[in-house]
Design a protein around this ligand. Structure first.
Ligand code: FES
Ligand code: FES
Length: 150
C-alpha cells in the first residue's frame, strides 16, 4: 500500500510529504522538514512547547494532524514575523533555558494579532496554556506589555 501524499504549506512554502494523514504536524515539521524550532514537550497538548499558527490561530502541533491542515497556512517560529515582539523579548531577557520560548512567542504573537492592546488579565489568560519550567512568566508578561505599547 502506498502512503498518501500530504500537502503542507509552511511559512509560505508548499511541501508534498509521503506521510500518514494522521501524523501530528509537529512530527512532520521536526523530523521530515527539519524545522526544529517548534519543540516537543509533553506530546499531549498540555505544555504549549509545540505551538504553531494554523491560518493565524495558535494550535498544538502535537495534537494537530496533517489532514487537519490540508489547504491551510502553517506558521512556525522560523516564519514568525512579529518583530516588535521579538525585540521586546530581547529587551526583557525573557528566555532562560529557552525550551518553551518558541511556543511562548507563538502564543504571544497570536494574542497581539487579535488583541493589539491586551489587558494584564487577557495576557495571563492567553498565555495560560504555555508552561515554562524556568518560571519566566513575569518577563513574558512584561515583554508582551512592552510590545503592545511600542
Ligand atoms: S508538546 Fe504539544 S502541548 Fe506539549
Ligand atoms: S525558559 Fe526554560 S522552560 Fe521556559
Amino acid at each position: 500500500m502506498t502512503t498518501p501524499t500530504q500537502k503542507l504549506m509552511v511559512n509560505g512554502k508548499d511541501f508534498s510529504l509521503d506521510a500518514d494523514p494522521n501524523m501530528p504536524v509537529l512530527w512532520a515539521l521536526r523530523d521530515i522538514l527539519g524545522l526544529t524550532g517548534t519543540k516537543f514537550g509533553c506530546g499531549a497538548g498540555l505544555c504549549g512547547a509545540c505551538t504553531i499558527h494554523v491560518d493565524g490561530s495558535p494550535m498544538r502541533g502535537c495534537l494537530t494532524s496533517l489532514k487537519q491542515v490540508q489547504g491551510k497556512q502553517v506558521t512556525t517560529i522560523e516564519g514568525l514575523e512579529a518583530e516588535k515582539l521579538k525585540q521586546a523579548w530581547l529587551e526583557h531577557n525573557v528566555p532562560q533555558c529557552g525550551y518553551c520560548q518558541a511556543g511562548q512567542l507563538m502564543s504571544a504573537a497570536a494574542l497581539l494579532t487579535t488583541t493589539p492592546k491586551p489587558t494584564e488579565t487577557q495576557i495571563v489568560d492567553a498565555m495560560s496554556g504555555n508552561i515554562c519550567r524556568c518560571g519566566t512568566y513575569p518577563r513574558i508578561k512584561a515583554a508582551i506589555q512592552s510590545a503592545s505599547e511600542a
